[in-house]
Design a protein around this ligand. Sequence first.
Ligand code: ZN
Length: 145
Amino acid sequence: MPMPTSSSRKNDRHRKTEHRKLWKKVYSLEYRVDNLEKTKVIERKSRLKRHDEILKEIFDILGRECSNPDCPIPKEKMNPIALQIDHVNNDGAKDRKVYGVKATSNQYYRRILKKLKEGSKDYQTLCAYCNWVKGYEQRRSRRLK
Ligand SMILES: [Zn+2]
């Protein structure tokens, strides 16, 4: 068996180092991707939790009844998940544009909550039924203009 020359040993060592480096890279990339998934789940959960908390606070202020006096759904039959936040002056779209945030984001609801705490009367609770009818009538009248 020929003895390894110093240069081939050097090459060998070099190759091993490169190999290790590559492994480190791959491993850490995989690790990061794995953790990214974990992090995403944790973030999603905490966002949802925070979302529920914000909505709870909003409805604590606005009340948990439909504001439409002609609401066809009896109070005792109203499912709380059907309650929605309505912009009294129908400027929800404008609101979102001004804020520049997605309507579903916690940031958006947080701002509504902040405004409510400051005494804003721009919002009310509507049930999904009344909110839909109101929205439909608005869209229709806009189209007829
Ligand atoms: Zn209603």
